[in-house]
Write a protein of this length. Structure first.
Length: 228
């Protein structure tokens, strides 16, 4: 199919310049501003009949195993989601000392809500499908996209096409393989990763924490109203 284009909306932006006499003058005008969503995106917002799905999106740059811990990774997910107008709660797709990957998504949303990419293309039928014994094989032909809309498998910003996860195939934490709770990039310490080229997110690949790999973020609950 056609590559989704960018939607646009008209917004009013102030413009400040100088008049002929040197004084300041201010005017305004409508500017066509692109939105970071694909043409097929269903643009309903929280509280207005939004369809149920959970987004799985990559951070805009690769990271080594030194992420300032799980809180540091979670905060980057939060910041980058907000920057493109995604208002759900996003958490890093990682197991850590007190967290198993499979438990990140709210229990009520694990079986009935599709997992989609930034453009709402379905990657998995539900969260539980990731841990069903396939090493999280995602749907063929559907891209893993970053928050700024790039295909991480093809974009040169991610030279190593691997995803950090720190988990076994069932989404349970591997305490000997999560870069010391995602706080070190020591070359002799290891973290569990998956080769994105395999089409799997939970392939079992032991990798040096010095590597800079893809970090994914998962929307952890489907909420029909936003919390302050």
């Amino acid at each position: 199919g056609a590559t989704p284009g960018l939607l646009s909306k008209l917004i009013w932006l102030p413009w400040l310049g100088r008049g002929a006499g040197g004084g300041s003058v201010q005017a305004g005008g409508p500017v066509l501003a692109p939105l970071a969503y694909g043409r097929g995106r269903r643009c309903s917002q929280a509280g207005t009949g939004r369809e149920a799905w959970l987004h799985l999106v990559a951070l805009n740059a690769p990271l080594s195993g030194s992420m300032r811990g799980i809180r540091g990774a979670d905060f980057q997910c939060f910041q980058q989601a907000r920057a493109v107008g995604l208002t759900g709660t996003f958490r890093a797709f990682l197991s850590s000392r007190l967290q198993d990957l499979y438990s990140i998504v709210r229990r009520a949303d694990r079986s009935g809500v599709p997992i989609v990419n930034l453009w709402d293309e379905v990657l998995f039928n539900n969260w539980e499908a990731l841990f069903s014994g396939t090493e999280a094989q995602f749907r063929a032909g559907v891209r893993i996209l970053s928050f700024d809309g790039r295909d991480v498998l093809r974009d040169s910003a991610w030279p190593q096409k691997n995803v950090w996860h720190g988990s076994d195939a069932k989404g349970r934490r591997l305490t000997e393989s999560y870069c010391e709770t995602w706080r070190t990039d020591d070359s002799v310490v290891t973290g569990q990763a998956s080769s994105l080229g395999s089409g799997k997110l939970l392939e079992q690949k032991v990798s040096s924490c010095r590597n800079a790999f893809i970090v994914l973020c998962i929307e952890n609950s489907f909420m029909t109203s936003s919390k302050k």
